[in-house]
Design a protein around this ligand. Sequence first.
Ligand SMILES: Cc1cc2nc3c(=O)[nH]c(=O)nc-3n(C[C@H](O)[C@H](O)[C@H](O)COP(=O)(O)OP(=O)(O)OC[C@H]3O[C@@H](n4cnc5c(N)ncnc54)[C@H](O)[C@@H]3O)c2cc1C
Ligand code: SF4
Length: 326
Amino acid sequence: MKPFNFIQPHHIKDAIKSKKRDAQYLAGGTNLADLMKKNITQPDTLIDINKTDISDTIEKKGQSIIIGALVKNASVAENLIIKEHAPLLSKAILAGASQQIRNMATVGGNLLQKNRCPYFYDTTAPCNKRNVNSGCSAVNGDTRYTALVGYTKDCIAVFPSDMAVALSIYNAKIHCITKEGENQSLDIHNFYCLTNDNPIADNILPVNAIITSIEISIPFLTKNNSYVKLRDRDAYAFALVSVAAALDVKDDTIVEARLSSGGIAHKPWRWYEAEKFLVGKNPSFEIYKETADLIVKGINPPKTSTFKIPLLRGAIETALMQAINL
Ligand SMILES: Cc1cc2nc3c(=O)[nH]c(=O)nc-3n(C[C@H](O)[C@H](O)[C@H](O)COP(=O)(O)OP(=O)(O)OC[C@H]3O[C@@H](n4cnc5c(N)ncnc54)[C@H](O)[C@@H]3O)c2cc1C
Ligand code: SF4
Protein backbone atom coordinates (compact mmCIF):
# COMPACT_ATOMS: atom_id res chain seq x y z
CA MET A 1 0.00 0.00 0.00
CA LYS A 2 1.28 3.48 -0.84
CA PRO A 3 2.19 5.64 2.23
CA PHE A 4 -0.43 8.31 3.00
CA ASN A 5 -1.12 11.19 5.39
CA PHE A 6 -3.86 10.70 7.94
CA ILE A 7 -5.92 13.58 9.32
CA GLN A 8 -8.92 13.75 11.68
CA PRO A 9 -10.73 17.08 11.33
CA HIS A 10 -13.44 18.04 13.84
CA HIS A 11 -15.66 20.00 11.46
CA ILE A 12 -17.25 19.18 8.10
CA LYS A 13 -15.91 22.43 6.67
CA ASP A 14 -12.33 21.47 7.62
CA ALA A 15 -12.80 18.01 6.09
CA ILE A 16 -14.03 19.60 2.86
CA LYS A 17 -11.19 22.13 2.86
CA SER A 18 -8.65 19.28 3.16
CA LYS A 19 -10.17 17.32 0.29
CA LYS A 20 -7.80 17.77 -2.63
CA ARG A 21 -7.78 15.60 -5.75
CA ASP A 22 -5.81 12.65 -4.32
CA ALA A 23 -7.36 12.70 -0.83
CA GLN A 24 -10.21 10.40 0.24
CA TYR A 25 -12.78 10.59 3.03
CA LEU A 26 -12.68 7.61 5.39
CA ALA A 27 -15.89 6.50 7.15
CA GLY A 28 -16.07 2.82 8.22
CA GLY A 29 -13.27 1.91 5.81
CA THR A 30 -14.84 -1.47 4.94
CA ASN A 31 -14.69 -0.74 1.21
CA LEU A 32 -12.00 1.92 1.02
CA ALA A 33 -9.36 -0.12 2.90
CA ASP A 34 -9.89 -3.05 0.49
CA LEU A 35 -9.48 -0.74 -2.52
CA MET A 36 -6.29 0.71 -1.04
CA LYS A 37 -4.80 -2.72 -0.24
CA LYS A 38 -5.34 -3.74 -3.86
CA ASN A 39 -3.87 -0.44 -5.15
CA ILE A 40 -7.09 0.36 -6.99
CA THR A 41 -7.24 3.65 -5.18
CA GLN A 42 -4.06 5.27 -3.88
CA PRO A 43 -4.95 8.36 -1.84
CA ASP A 44 -2.09 10.57 -0.63
CA THR A 45 -4.27 11.69 2.30
CA LEU A 46 -7.00 9.93 4.25
CA ILE A 47 -9.48 12.31 5.86
CA ASP A 48 -11.12 10.42 8.72
CA ILE A 49 -14.59 12.00 8.99
CA ASN A 50 -15.62 10.08 12.14
CA LYS A 51 -14.68 12.93 14.51
CA THR A 52 -16.51 15.60 12.51
CA ASP A 53 -19.93 17.06 13.29
CA ILE A 54 -21.60 14.88 10.60
CA SER A 55 -24.60 13.31 12.34
CA ASP A 56 -24.46 9.75 13.69
CA THR A 57 -28.08 9.77 14.90
CA ILE A 58 -31.51 8.95 13.53
CA GLU A 59 -34.28 11.48 14.12
CA LYS A 60 -37.96 11.79 13.31
CA LYS A 61 -38.71 15.37 12.27
CA GLY A 62 -42.36 15.97 11.43
CA GLN A 63 -43.16 13.64 8.56
CA SER A 64 -39.51 12.79 7.80
CA ILE A 65 -36.85 10.47 9.16
CA ILE A 66 -33.35 11.92 8.96
CA ILE A 67 -30.53 9.36 9.10
CA GLY A 68 -27.05 10.82 9.71
CA ALA A 69 -24.40 9.77 7.20
CA LEU A 70 -22.19 8.42 10.01
CA VAL A 71 -24.84 6.10 11.48
CA LYS A 72 -23.58 2.51 11.30
CA ASN A 73 -25.54 0.09 9.10
CA ALA A 74 -26.24 -2.11 12.16
CA SER A 75 -27.68 0.85 14.09
CA VAL A 76 -30.05 1.71 11.23
CA ALA A 77 -31.28 -1.87 11.03
CA GLU A 78 -31.95 -2.07 14.80
CA ASN A 79 -33.39 1.43 15.25
CA LEU A 80 -36.98 1.53 16.55
CA ILE A 81 -38.01 4.53 14.40
CA ILE A 82 -36.78 2.66 11.30
CA LYS A 83 -38.44 -0.61 12.33
CA GLU A 84 -41.75 1.17 12.88
CA HIS A 85 -41.81 3.55 9.90
CA ALA A 86 -39.40 2.10 7.32
CA PRO A 87 -39.19 -1.65 8.04
CA LEU A 88 -38.01 -2.50 4.53
CA LEU A 89 -34.82 -0.55 5.16
CA SER A 90 -34.09 -2.65 8.22
CA LYS A 91 -34.80 -5.89 6.31
CA ALA A 92 -32.57 -4.90 3.38
CA ILE A 93 -29.63 -3.94 5.59
CA LEU A 94 -29.86 -7.17 7.60
CA ALA A 95 -29.69 -9.11 4.32
CA GLY A 96 -26.29 -7.54 3.59
CA ALA A 97 -22.68 -8.28 4.55
CA SER A 98 -22.18 -9.69 8.09
CA GLN A 99 -22.87 -8.33 11.59
CA GLN A 100 -19.18 -7.43 11.93
CA ILE A 101 -19.15 -5.40 8.71
CA ARG A 102 -22.53 -3.79 9.46
CA ASN A 103 -21.08 -2.65 12.82
CA MET A 104 -18.33 -0.72 10.99
CA ALA A 105 -20.02 0.33 7.73
CA THR A 106 -21.76 3.71 7.63
CA VAL A 107 -24.78 4.94 5.68
CA GLY A 108 -22.74 7.41 3.59
CA GLY A 109 -20.10 4.78 2.79
CA ASN A 110 -22.70 2.17 1.86
CA LEU A 111 -24.21 4.51 -0.73
CA LEU A 112 -20.77 5.23 -2.23
CA GLN A 113 -19.25 1.74 -2.20
CA LYS A 114 -17.70 0.53 -5.46
CA ASN A 115 -19.11 -2.26 -7.60
CA ARG A 116 -18.01 -5.89 -7.04
CA CYS A 117 -17.10 -6.91 -10.58
CA PRO A 118 -14.04 -9.18 -10.05
CA TYR A 119 -12.22 -7.62 -13.01
CA PHE A 120 -12.51 -4.20 -11.36
CA TYR A 121 -10.61 -5.63 -8.37
CA ASP A 122 -8.00 -7.36 -10.58
CA THR A 123 -5.54 -4.67 -11.64
CA THR A 124 -4.08 -6.93 -14.32
CA ALA A 125 -7.41 -7.11 -16.20
CA PRO A 126 -8.69 -4.47 -18.66
CA CYS A 127 -11.55 -2.54 -17.06
CA ASN A 128 -13.12 0.67 -18.37
CA LYS A 129 -14.27 1.54 -14.87
CA ARG A 130 -10.68 1.63 -13.59
CA ASN A 131 -8.91 2.78 -16.77
CA VAL A 132 -11.11 4.47 -19.31
CA ASN A 133 -10.91 2.94 -22.83
CA SER A 134 -8.94 -0.12 -21.62
CA GLY A 135 -11.88 -2.45 -22.41
CA CYS A 136 -14.37 -4.49 -20.40
CA SER A 137 -13.17 -7.96 -19.36
CA ALA A 138 -16.60 -8.94 -18.04
CA VAL A 139 -18.40 -8.66 -21.40
CA ASN A 140 -16.77 -11.86 -22.63
CA GLY A 141 -15.66 -13.01 -19.20
CA ASP A 142 -16.83 -15.08 -16.32
CA THR A 143 -18.63 -13.21 -13.60
CA ARG A 144 -21.88 -13.38 -11.67
CA TYR A 145 -22.10 -9.66 -10.85
CA THR A 146 -23.29 -8.43 -14.22
CA ALA A 147 -26.36 -6.45 -15.20
CA LEU A 148 -29.67 -7.41 -16.77
CA VAL A 149 -30.87 -3.93 -17.65
CA GLY A 150 -29.50 -0.43 -18.28
CA TYR A 151 -26.01 -1.62 -19.23
CA THR A 152 -23.74 -0.78 -22.17
CA LYS A 153 -20.96 -2.81 -23.80
CA ASP A 154 -18.49 -0.51 -22.01
CA CYS A 155 -19.48 -1.72 -18.53
CA ILE A 156 -21.97 -4.35 -17.38
CA ALA A 157 -21.31 -4.07 -13.63
CA VAL A 158 -24.06 -3.71 -11.03
CA PHE A 159 -24.29 -1.49 -7.98
CA PRO A 160 -24.08 -3.77 -4.92
CA SER A 161 -25.84 -1.95 -2.05
CA ASP A 162 -28.91 -3.57 -0.46
CA MET A 163 -29.65 -0.41 1.51
CA ALA A 164 -29.97 1.66 -1.67
CA VAL A 165 -32.65 -0.70 -3.05
CA ALA A 166 -34.84 -0.11 0.01
CA LEU A 167 -34.11 3.63 -0.10
CA SER A 168 -35.32 3.70 -3.72
CA ILE A 169 -38.69 2.30 -2.56
CA TYR A 170 -38.88 5.17 -0.05
CA ASN A 171 -37.89 7.82 -2.68
CA ALA A 172 -35.09 8.91 -0.34
CA LYS A 173 -33.23 12.21 -0.58
CA ILE A 174 -29.45 12.34 -0.16
CA HIS A 175 -28.26 15.54 1.53
CA CYS A 176 -24.71 16.74 1.01
CA ILE A 177 -22.47 19.77 1.40
CA THR A 178 -20.44 20.76 -1.63
CA LYS A 179 -16.87 22.05 -1.63
CA GLU A 180 -18.31 25.58 -2.02
CA GLY A 181 -20.19 25.02 1.28
CA GLU A 182 -23.59 24.77 -0.40
CA ASN A 183 -26.26 22.34 0.93
CA GLN A 184 -27.68 20.13 -1.82
CA SER A 185 -30.43 17.52 -1.82
CA LEU A 186 -30.23 14.76 -4.43
CA ASP A 187 -33.04 12.39 -5.36
CA ILE A 188 -31.94 8.74 -5.02
CA HIS A 189 -33.51 7.94 -8.40
CA ASN A 190 -31.17 10.37 -10.17
CA PHE A 191 -28.20 9.87 -7.85
CA TYR A 192 -26.70 6.76 -9.52
CA CYS A 193 -25.40 6.82 -13.11
CA LEU A 194 -25.90 4.24 -15.81
CA THR A 195 -22.76 3.40 -17.78
CA ASN A 196 -23.84 5.24 -20.98
CA ASP A 197 -21.53 8.20 -21.17
CA ASN A 198 -18.77 7.53 -18.72
CA PRO A 199 -18.27 4.06 -17.21
CA ILE A 200 -16.03 5.51 -14.49
CA ALA A 201 -18.88 7.54 -12.95
CA ASP A 202 -20.93 5.82 -10.25
CA ASN A 203 -23.06 8.73 -9.10
CA ILE A 204 -23.61 12.48 -9.41
CA LEU A 205 -22.33 13.48 -5.97
CA PRO A 206 -20.51 16.78 -6.66
CA VAL A 207 -16.70 16.46 -6.63
CA ASN A 208 -15.31 16.57 -3.05
CA ALA A 209 -18.83 16.89 -1.52
CA ILE A 210 -19.65 15.12 1.76
CA ILE A 211 -22.90 13.26 2.31
CA THR A 212 -24.39 14.51 5.58
CA SER A 213 -27.70 12.61 5.85
CA ILE A 214 -30.47 10.67 4.13
CA GLU A 215 -34.11 11.67 4.39
CA ILE A 216 -37.20 9.54 3.94
CA SER A 217 -40.84 10.57 4.30
CA ILE A 218 -43.31 8.88 6.66
CA PRO A 219 -45.73 7.29 7.34
CA PHE A 220 -45.51 5.03 4.37
CA LEU A 221 -46.26 1.43 3.30
CA THR A 222 -45.27 0.01 6.67
CA LYS A 223 -47.48 -3.07 6.67
CA ASN A 224 -47.08 -5.18 3.53
CA ASN A 225 -43.45 -5.30 2.50
CA SER A 226 -40.66 -7.74 1.84
CA TYR A 227 -37.00 -7.91 0.78
CA VAL A 228 -35.91 -11.04 -1.08
CA LYS A 229 -32.20 -11.47 -1.78
CA LEU A 230 -30.84 -14.36 -3.84
CA ARG A 231 -27.11 -14.95 -3.42
CA ASP A 232 -24.44 -17.62 -3.46
CA ARG A 233 -24.33 -17.98 0.35
CA ASP A 234 -26.79 -17.06 3.05
CA ALA A 235 -24.45 -14.48 4.59
CA TYR A 236 -21.45 -12.44 3.59
CA ALA A 237 -22.47 -12.38 -0.09
CA PHE A 238 -23.72 -9.70 -2.45
CA ALA A 239 -27.05 -10.03 -4.26
CA LEU A 240 -27.20 -11.91 -7.53
CA VAL A 241 -30.74 -10.56 -7.65
CA SER A 242 -32.77 -8.78 -4.99
CA VAL A 243 -36.34 -7.50 -4.93
CA ALA A 244 -37.94 -5.03 -2.51
CA ALA A 245 -41.73 -4.99 -2.59
CA ALA A 246 -44.18 -2.74 -0.74
CA LEU A 247 -47.93 -2.79 -1.22
CA ASP A 248 -50.82 -0.76 0.13
CA VAL A 249 -53.95 -2.92 0.10
CA LYS A 250 -57.47 -1.66 0.88
CA ASP A 251 -60.61 -3.86 0.73
CA ASP A 252 -58.61 -6.63 -0.95
CA THR A 253 -57.45 -4.27 -3.71
CA ILE A 254 -53.92 -3.01 -4.29
CA VAL A 255 -54.04 0.81 -4.19
CA GLU A 256 -50.31 1.45 -4.32
CA ALA A 257 -47.35 -0.77 -5.27
CA ARG A 258 -43.62 -0.22 -5.23
CA LEU A 259 -41.11 -2.70 -6.61
CA SER A 260 -37.36 -2.27 -6.88
CA SER A 261 -34.43 -4.57 -7.68
CA GLY A 262 -30.76 -4.80 -6.79
CA GLY A 263 -27.98 -6.82 -8.39
CA ILE A 264 -29.33 -6.23 -11.90
CA ALA A 265 -28.26 -2.70 -12.89
CA HIS A 266 -25.73 0.00 -12.19
CA LYS A 267 -28.35 1.53 -9.87
CA PRO A 268 -31.36 0.37 -7.84
CA TRP A 269 -33.97 -0.39 -10.49
CA ARG A 270 -37.63 0.55 -9.96
CA TRP A 271 -40.17 -1.43 -11.99
CA TYR A 272 -42.63 1.44 -12.65
CA GLU A 273 -44.68 -0.31 -15.34
CA ALA A 274 -45.23 -3.35 -13.10
CA GLU A 275 -46.18 -1.07 -10.20
CA LYS A 276 -48.91 0.50 -12.40
CA PHE A 277 -50.06 -2.95 -13.50
CA LEU A 278 -50.57 -4.07 -9.87
CA VAL A 279 -52.75 -1.10 -8.89
CA GLY A 280 -56.47 -1.94 -8.86
CA LYS A 281 -55.85 -5.72 -8.85
CA ASN A 282 -56.79 -8.18 -6.11
CA PRO A 283 -53.66 -9.75 -4.62
CA SER A 284 -53.25 -13.31 -5.91
CA PHE A 285 -50.45 -15.60 -7.04
CA GLU A 286 -51.75 -15.35 -10.65
CA ILE A 287 -51.39 -11.54 -10.58
CA TYR A 288 -47.88 -11.82 -9.12
CA LYS A 289 -46.94 -14.29 -11.86
CA GLU A 290 -48.28 -11.91 -14.52
CA THR A 291 -46.27 -9.10 -12.91
CA ALA A 292 -43.08 -11.18 -13.11
CA ASP A 293 -43.89 -12.07 -16.76
CA LEU A 294 -44.36 -8.40 -17.59
CA ILE A 295 -41.01 -7.54 -16.02
CA VAL A 296 -38.88 -10.26 -17.62
CA LYS A 297 -40.58 -9.94 -21.06
CA GLY A 298 -38.59 -6.87 -22.10
CA ILE A 299 -35.19 -7.86 -20.72
CA ASN A 300 -32.29 -8.52 -23.09
CA PRO A 301 -29.35 -9.50 -20.84
CA PRO A 302 -25.64 -9.83 -21.66
CA LYS A 303 -24.73 -13.51 -22.00
CA THR A 304 -23.04 -13.56 -18.56
CA SER A 305 -26.40 -12.77 -16.94
CA THR A 306 -28.97 -14.98 -18.66
CA PHE A 307 -29.06 -17.27 -15.59
CA LYS A 308 -30.48 -14.35 -13.60
CA ILE A 309 -33.79 -14.19 -15.52
CA PRO A 310 -35.42 -17.12 -13.69
CA LEU A 311 -33.89 -15.86 -10.43
CA LEU A 312 -35.49 -12.47 -10.97
CA ARG A 313 -38.85 -14.01 -11.87
CA GLY A 314 -38.84 -16.14 -8.71
CA ALA A 315 -37.66 -13.27 -6.49
CA ILE A 316 -40.48 -11.00 -7.75
CA GLU A 317 -43.15 -13.63 -7.14
CA THR A 318 -41.75 -14.47 -3.70
CA ALA A 319 -41.36 -10.83 -2.61
CA LEU A 320 -44.96 -10.05 -3.59
CA MET A 321 -46.23 -13.22 -1.88
CA GLN A 322 -44.30 -12.41 1.31
CA ALA A 323 -45.39 -8.78 1.27
CA ILE A 324 -49.06 -9.72 1.47
CA ASN A 325 -48.70 -13.02 3.30
CA LEU A 326 -50.67 -15.05 0.75
C1 LIG B 1 -17.07 -9.09 2.65
C2 LIG B 1 -18.05 -7.97 2.39
C3 LIG B 1 -19.37 -8.28 2.12
C4 LIG B 1 -20.28 -7.25 1.89
N1 LIG B 1 -21.58 -7.55 1.59
C5 LIG B 1 -22.47 -6.54 1.35
C6 LIG B 1 -23.81 -6.81 1.02
O1 LIG B 1 -24.22 -7.97 0.95
N2 LIG B 1 -24.64 -5.77 0.79
C7 LIG B 1 -24.22 -4.46 0.86
O2 LIG B 1 -25.02 -3.54 0.66
N3 LIG B 1 -22.94 -4.16 1.16
C8 LIG B 1 -22.07 -5.17 1.41
N4 LIG B 1 -20.77 -4.88 1.70
C9 LIG B 1 -20.30 -3.50 1.52
C10 LIG B 1 -20.35 -2.71 2.77
O3 LIG B 1 -21.69 -2.50 3.13
C11 LIG B 1 -19.66 -1.40 2.42
O4 LIG B 1 -18.27 -1.67 2.37
C12 LIG B 1 -19.92 -0.34 3.44
O5 LIG B 1 -21.28 -0.03 3.54
C13 LIG B 1 -19.12 0.92 3.13
O6 LIG B 1 -19.29 1.80 4.20
P1 LIG B 1 -18.03 2.39 4.95
O7 LIG B 1 -18.56 3.37 5.94
O8 LIG B 1 -17.13 1.32 5.48
O9 LIG B 1 -17.35 3.15 3.74
P2 LIG B 1 -15.79 3.48 3.42
O10 LIG B 1 -15.13 2.23 2.98
O11 LIG B 1 -15.20 4.25 4.55
O12 LIG B 1 -16.02 4.46 2.21
C14 LIG B 1 -16.54 4.05 0.97
C15 LIG B 1 -16.49 5.25 0.02
O13 LIG B 1 -17.40 6.25 0.43
C16 LIG B 1 -16.74 7.48 0.66
N5 LIG B 1 -17.46 8.10 1.79
C17 LIG B 1 -17.81 7.48 2.94
N6 LIG B 1 -18.61 8.28 3.66
C18 LIG B 1 -18.76 9.42 2.96
C19 LIG B 1 -19.50 10.62 3.17
N7 LIG B 1 -20.26 10.81 4.26
N8 LIG B 1 -19.47 11.58 2.22
C20 LIG B 1 -18.71 11.41 1.10
N9 LIG B 1 -17.99 10.31 0.85
C21 LIG B 1 -18.02 9.32 1.77
C22 LIG B 1 -15.30 7.13 0.93
O14 LIG B 1 -14.41 8.18 0.61
C23 LIG B 1 -15.13 5.95 -0.01
O15 LIG B 1 -14.90 6.39 -1.31
C24 LIG B 1 -19.85 -5.89 1.96
C25 LIG B 1 -18.51 -5.58 2.25
C26 LIG B 1 -17.61 -6.61 2.47
C27 LIG B 1 -16.18 -6.25 2.77
S1 SF4 C 1 -18.15 -4.70 -16.12
FE1 SF4 C 1 -17.42 -2.66 -15.64
S2 SF4 C 1 -16.26 -3.00 -13.77
FE2 SF4 C 1 -16.43 -5.02 -14.77
S3 SF4 C 1 -14.67 -5.24 -16.17
FE3 SF4 C 1 -16.32 -4.33 -17.36
S4 SF4 C 1 -15.89 -2.14 -17.19
FE4 SF4 C 1 -14.81 -3.09 -15.50
